[in-house]
Design a binder for this molecule. Structure first.
Ligand SMILES: *[C@@H]1O[C@H](CO)[C@@H](O)[C@H](O)[C@H]1NC(C)=O
Ligand SMILES: *[C@@H]1O[C@H](CO)[C@@H](O)[C@H](O)[C@H]1NC(C)=O
Ligand SMILES: *[C@@H]1O[C@H](CO)[C@@H](O)[C@H](O)[C@H]1NC(C)=O
Length: 399
């Protein structure tokens, strides 16, 4: 009886009516290392717009003149419930709704845009292939000026809001289609193939996996305080080849680590960086790597012979369901090639007074399946796909 009540309660709060899942591509742009997705906005189902993925942006914004067919674009009025549901809304002569938010690429500049609605079309999926296009009839976003595109890669028309807030693109999709509120990112490491962005994903069919008899192991850890507007994970410890870093001030880790799809390399408080670099260098030298001069923005570089397969493994210890779980990073995610025979530790020293002590960037996140599940406030990460001889940009053949 108790169980039934709990079950009814869960059904009542989440009201999932459909188990459809959606899939969008992710492109890595070089040399900017920006990751963007593409879907149709506007009255035509063939008006693709490229938007930078940003886990920190609340409301999607773009240069609306990049939309090919503008006939269905509507202004959102100040008095509308849509405007009132957007946090911190402003009004322009009491007519149209405005939204101001930070620019993810320019920490000291704000983007103010007029809030609008238009149709957006995305594709359903069976987990591997794209099936059919479906429309979100009232996708809410804001139109910003051309000057805000500064710093964005040329194909990109704006920024896709993926924050935990209710105005984010993913929350709009999951509530419009009454599907489980979660999304997953598989960021590609190469600019030549596209990665996977699932909304309400249940099966991930990334060859050679067929989803049933050979699943990619996934590990769960709770998300910390998503009310802050950021995705933070609780870092308990950091290890290099199994040896925990000894930090003079372990409180540096207590604020957690923020996940970012716009920061290219993980940024660490100076004390965390130094402890990591020291330990990494010790282990690397023991493996026969030779310390070299720094290559900015990196501080710790090594000469390697032919293969960079053997690198010290970096692990982040996180709270799991039964004790600590470890998120493991191998060479492809811990070092970066700066010359044919030189690799650098792919982490950046963020100084003594950074806003966040640890921001995990895309060089570390790529080629993992990462799941953000609001129904359980959980973050789930896979093994590195490279360990399973696949990558985020492997797709089933469309036969
Ligand atoms: C906007 O509306 C408020 C109250 O509804 C009013 O006091 C104010 O004068 C209006 N402002 C403009 C610019 O129309
Ligand atoms: C997003 O909205 C929340 C309130 O829902 C606010 O606390 C946060 O500062 C906003 N973040 C940005 C980047 O605008
Ligand atoms: C990946 O490929 C390597 C070399 O081809 C092979 O030794 C290894 O067993 C493969 N791993 C998996 C998980 O299939």
């Amino acid at each position: 009886m108790r169980g039934l009540i709990v079950l009814l309660f869960i059904l009542a709060t989440v009201t999932i009516k459909s188990n459809s899942q959606y899939l969008l591509p992710i492109t890595k742009h070089e040399p900017t290392k920006q990751f963007y997705t593409t879907f149709n906005i506007g009255s035509s189902a063939k008006s693709p717009v490229n938007l930078l993925l940003d886990l920190g942006t609340n409301l999607t914004w773009l240069e609306c003149r990049k939309i090919k067919f503008l006939t269905s674009l509507r202004l959102v009025t100040c008095q509308s419930s849509t405007c009132k549901s957007i946090p911190g809304n402003g009004c322009d002569n009491n007519k149209s709704c405005l939204y101001k938010q930070p620019n993810p690429l320019g920490p000291n500049s704000d983007i103010t845009g007029r809030v609008v609605q238009d149709r957006a079309s995305i594709s359903t999926t069976d987990g591997g292939k794209l099936l059919s296009q479906v429309s979100l009839h009232h996708f809410t976003f804001s139109c910003s000026g051309e000057k805000n595109l500064q710093g964005l890669a040329p194909p990109v028309a704006g920024v896709l809001g993926l924050s935990p807030g209710d105005s984010s693109f993913t929350k709009q999709v999951t509530s419009a289609f009454s599907v489980i509120p979660k999304f997953s990112l598989c960021l590609p490491s190469s600019s030549s193939g596209s990665g996977h962005f699932y909304i309400a994903g249940v099966h991930y069919l990334i060859p050679p996996f067929d989803g049933s008899n050979n699943p990619i192991p996934m590990t769960m850890s709770p998300l910390k305080d998503i009310g802050s507007g950021d995705y933070l994970i609780n870092v308990q410890s950091i290890y290099v080849d199994g040896t925990p870093l000894s930090l003079k001030n372990p409180n540096l880790l207590s604020g957690g680590a923020k996940l970012s799809t716009v920061v290219p390399y993980t940024v660490l408080h100076t004390d965390i960086y130094n402890a990591l670099a020291q330990s990494f260098t010790l282990k690397a030298e023991a493996m026969g790597l030779i310390k070299m001069s720094a290559k900015a923005p990196f501080k710790d570089c090594f000469e390697v012979s032919v293969s960079k397969k053997n690198m010290p493994v970096i692990e982040i210890g996180l709270p799991g369901r039964a004790g600590e779980v470890k998120w493991r990073f191998h060479g492809a995610n811990t070092v970066v090639n700066v010359m044919e025979t030189v690799v650098c530790l792919a982490f950046v020293d963020g100084g003594k007074k950074p806003k966040e002590m640890m921001v995990i960037g895309t060089h570390q996140l790529q080629d993992y399946m990462l799941e953000f599940d609001f129904s359980r406030t959980m973050f789930t990460f896979s093994d590195s796909l490279l360990l399973h001889n696949t990558t985020c940009s492997t797709w089933p053949s469309q036969k």
